[in-house]
Design a protein around this ligand. Structure first.
Ligand code: NAD
Length: 391
């Protein structure tokens, strides 16, 4: 009987694992991919959807179409429990699966760090649904503000000044004039904040690029509150570490990510909720389980974990497809040696920053914007997803 490869998650790591496994096995294995949405979501572009700057179908690609040529069974469902010792997986809807090799690629979850009221009173940006919800909410608040002039309704706060927060606030900066025009108010009446706990936004980025990002966004109306962690969210009141408070109807929390709880609690070896893997991306405790993307923690040569990024998840997925083939056919697995092409962050529609290449060449403005667009196109072309584009 042919072996069964079960892949959990249809994001970057899961989709690429499926495509790679199919390429290596041909028809010699049954491959099933389980995802909670019927779409492969380009989560690196969600900030654009949240601001209405991109069509939903450009960031939500139908998995059945992407997988059709690969002949992978697609199952839509939410993974409830993984039992690695029994080689079984169950879904919320009662579905049950067994496997010969498992790929866990369930991504990460938003970390709220136990900050009182934060989870209950904030928006997150982890899926197409989150982005759509946020967009509708912001519009409805500005519409309300135009009638009541309640300042909180025209105040948008992004909590966290990492790449997610900065890219989102950049979209809001560009969206301000359009929104104001639509609802007959002055753009200056819409207040934008980005609150960052560290002394500056984009911790870890070269100082010159941080300055560029800060200046570019400030010029378009973004107020930065740095060195000031959010300590509480009480209804519509944001409280900062210095005790100051302000009112907002829209707090978007982008303050960090943590391991997926299904993975953290399933009994495989984890480090802070993320699966510990060996050089072949096999679970350190269960060699028939492979882990791709944010669900795994991969240590770099300096003993520090690599950041959880889409480009890493993509590369992990591709290797896993091959390594499962090698494992099930008695071949030699290959080690994971990530290639870093760079990090690029948009600052709205027309500005961006980033570093590219091994020597981290700095890019700003148009070259960075074009490079970010090119890297997105390269990915879509790689997964044969360009036909779904609708800008
Ligand atoms: P992050 O962890 O990189 O950034 C979160 C930020 O929130 C940090 O700067 C942190 O200091 C701040 N923060 C934490 N607690 C806070 C508090 N109480 N109040 C205010 N600020 C607080 O998270 P992210 O931005 O979601 O990124 C997650 C990963 O995804 C990173 O590895 C990132 O590089 C990657 N990413 C990449 C891109 C891209 O390549 N364009 C885009 C988005 C995310």
């Amino acid at each position: 009987m042919s072996k069964h490869i079960l892949i959990l998650g249809g994001g970057y790591g899961g989709l690429l694992s499926a495509l790679s496994a199919r390429e290596h096995f041909g028809a010699a294995a049954k491959i099933t991919l389980i995802n909670r949405f019927p779409t492969h979501q380009i989560i690196t572009e969600l900030h654009r959807l949240a601001a209405g700057n991109i069509a939903e179908k450009a960031v939500a690609l139908p998995l059945d179409k992407l997988l059709r040529g690969a002949n992978v069974d697609l199952r839509i469902g939410n993974v409830k429990e993984i039992k690695p010792d029994e080689r079984s997986v169950s879904l919320d809807d009662g579905g049950n699966f067994t496997y010969d090799a498992l790929v866990i690629a369930l991504g990460s979850e938003t970390a709220f760090f136990g900050i009182p009221g934060l989870q209950e009173n904030s928006f997150i940006l982890k899926s197409v649904n989150d982005a759509n919800r946020l967009r509708a909410h912001v519009e409805s608040r500005i519409a309300e503000y135009s009638k009541t002039k309640n300042k909180a309704d025209a105040t948008i706060v992004v909590g966290g000044g990492g790449l997610t927060g900065v890219e989102l606030v950049g979209e809001y900066a560009d969206m301000r004039s359009e929104l104001a025009r639509k609802y007959g108010i002055d753009p200056e009446e819409i207040t934008l904040y980005c609150v960052e706990a560290a002394p500056s936004i984009l911790p870890g980025f070269p100082a010159e690029l941080v300055d560029r990002a800060t200046t570019s966004l400030q010029k378009r109306g973004v107020n930065f509150l740095t060195g000031l962690p959010i300590t509480k969210m009480d209804g519509t009141t944001v409280e900062l570490k210095d005790g100051s408070t302000f009112e907002t109807s829209t707090l978007v929390w982008t303050g960090g990510v943590q391991g997926n709880s299904v993975v953290a609690n399933c009994g495989i070896e984890v480090n802070r909720g993320r699966a510990v893997v060996n050089e072949f991306l096999q679970s350190a405790s269960h060699p028939d389980v492979y882990v791709a993307g944010d669900s795994a923690v991969v240590m770099g040569p300096e003993g520090r974990p690599y950041p959880p990024t889409a480009q890493l998840a993509w590369q992990m997925g591709e290797l896993i497809g091959y390594n499962i083939f090698a494992q099930l056919n008695g071949g030699a697995p290959a080690s994971f040696t990530p290639v870093f092409s760079g990090t690029l962050g948009s600052l709205g529609r027309k500005d961006a920053i980033g570093t590219i290449g091994a020597n981290k060449t700095q890019l700003k403005g148009l070259p960075a914007t074009l490079m970010k667009e090119a890297s997105n196109m390269r990915y879509l072309s790689h997964i044969n997803g360009l036909f779904t584009l609708a800008y």
